[in-house]
Write a protein of this length. Sequence first.
Lengths: 441, 284
Amino acid sequence: MKKAVFLAAVLSAAVTISGCTEKAPEPGSIAGFDEGEKYIEMWTYTIEDTPEGEACKESVESFNEAFDGKYFAHVQFIPRNDNGGGYADKINASVISGDLPDVIAVDGPNISAYAANGIIQPLAELTDEEKGVYLESIIDQGTVDGKLYALGAMESSVGLYYNKDILAQAGIDIPDAARPWTWTEFSEILEKLKPIMEEKNGYPIDMTFPVGETSIYLYAPFIWSNGGDLVSPDGLTADGYFNSDSNLEAFEYFKMLADKGYMSKTPIEQLFESGRAAFKIDGAWEVNIIYESYPDINLGVAPYIVGDNWDGEKYAPSGSWAYAATTNTNDLEASTELIKWISGTDSSMLLFEKYKSLPSTYEAYEKIKEFSEDENYKALYVQLRDYGHPRPKTPVYPQVSTVFQQTIEDVALSGMDAREELDKSVERINAKLSRYNRNNE
Amino acid sequence: MAFFGPALVLLTVFLFIPMILTLIFSFTDYFALSPSLTHFTGLGNYISIFKDEMFLKAFINTVKFVIIIVPLQGGGALALALLINRVTYCKKYFKVAFFVPVVMSLAVVSTLWMQIYSPEGILNTLLGKIGIDPQPFIYGADQALPSIAIMSSWQGMGYQMIIFLGGLQAINPGLYEAAEMDHASAWKKFKDITLPELKPLCVFVFITITIGAFKMIVQPMVMTGGGPSHSTYTLVYDIYETGTVNWEIGLASTMAIVFIAFIVVLTVIQTILTRDKEDKEEKK
């Protein structure tokens, strides 16, 4: 009897444990992986049979062809969910178990945290020429403490979209990219549009403050273009930055937009897409959505609005997922080679073709005809090229992102005191930062 | 003996060891991105979570949710069970209809109700027809938590309804016949026969709803993200955010331990309060 218990225990233990470790496969065990090639394992966050996943797979396949006999890359798709779970959970678990692959996809703002905690390492040296092909915002995003950790295959930005028909009806002209509307000018425009939009049972602007990463991505320019910032340049404190007077103005501007009824306090679906809003602030993906699904909307992209004291600083949203080499990689050279390939012009162009994400290299923008022929894509590119600003670089970025969204909601929608909320937010961010400040002492 | 060997191993690996680890982690500053730098911090985490405004807010929200949902769901389930017990036609249909939400995943139900609660959704359109202004529901800090509670009780009610229905059918019909002989009113029959007979079930239902409600996370995660202004931020949500989004496993473990301790204490209190008088006398 006891023997049986023991046997059953051993068997089930074996089953449980064997599921946990992953070994590098032998040559020949995967189609295309031959003797003498270096194996590179890569993880990405997309679903395999989506346009984005297919583009990734094709890029890796072309890498394997180009480096046949030298390297072999294998990509594993670990889908993420909207909250950033799934893929991120897998990375966290692998940090603990030590099973990280050679190359991982990292969302732009997480690069700092991953670097600070020794999950990813700086890439092998890139020449200035190699670096020069990428948009400044890509290099900016991937650099922590002067070292380049990650390169992205795509960029993104946020547009101030407008309905051309409505603005023409109201007699409003669009400024050029070097002289965007200031907040004061913009609120005058919204005031002018209000009666027109009320007739259409709509609002001057389609704005929401969604939970998750979206809010900080869409609205951080209000902070930057007003001379403010969310955290200190070293990313280790929020005091004096998040709660600065210029940020207070930004949050009060949001409150004014909601209080004066320029935007709906509750999110109404397809407000802009159904022609019931004159403006909308949303990610670059909106252009393709309008083109594909709402051809009746006469879409234009205006330069993102700026604070009244803006002096030409960079302020436009930028950044997307990027690839980095983990500290677990056996061969940094090989990993860097793969990262350069999948973030390069060809991969970027493939992604645009399938997924309509903004490319990461200058050459790709020149080669894709939409960026010279289509004024909306062109406007987004110019904004990104000239004014792209990376998201705050701090190891506690997730907390900054959460707190930012909650503060907007508290101040603009729930009518709480802005000064008090900003100070509370600083406390919450700094509480998470204490770990990093302690380690530095 | 042998038959529970495999179960024991699996339970050990997936339940007991994690439970013990959680207890150990709760005394450390375990950080998911740099596990090698873990230190013991004694009771530091316990002190800091009780000073943490978000944790306390999450705690209060959760208690509020429980207070709303327990009578709503328990009472609703009992009412449904009584109704179904009386109808003579389409009994199966009603049973299935009320039970279907239980089978659906909470994420699906939440998405469905987002449509119902949306500013231009079904509910607001109906309210508009009877002259009531559109309500923000899950988008307003005052209404979000009650809105979610109503949805959740609708979703969970069917399960308790089936339990009550079983209980009702087990009541000896002789009791009702005797009551009728004495010309007892319907209310008296309910109060003096149905309720006392269902009492053990009520206790069970009461406790399971309470524990389930304390664990609430899916609904705010899908519908509101804990907002607006943290009005739907619950304890388990806070544990999740701390542990997986902010990578602070140590702190999250502490929250989990405090949470478990609270639930255990609460359940014990509930059991004592609802214990039958005879039980108490027997104990003496």
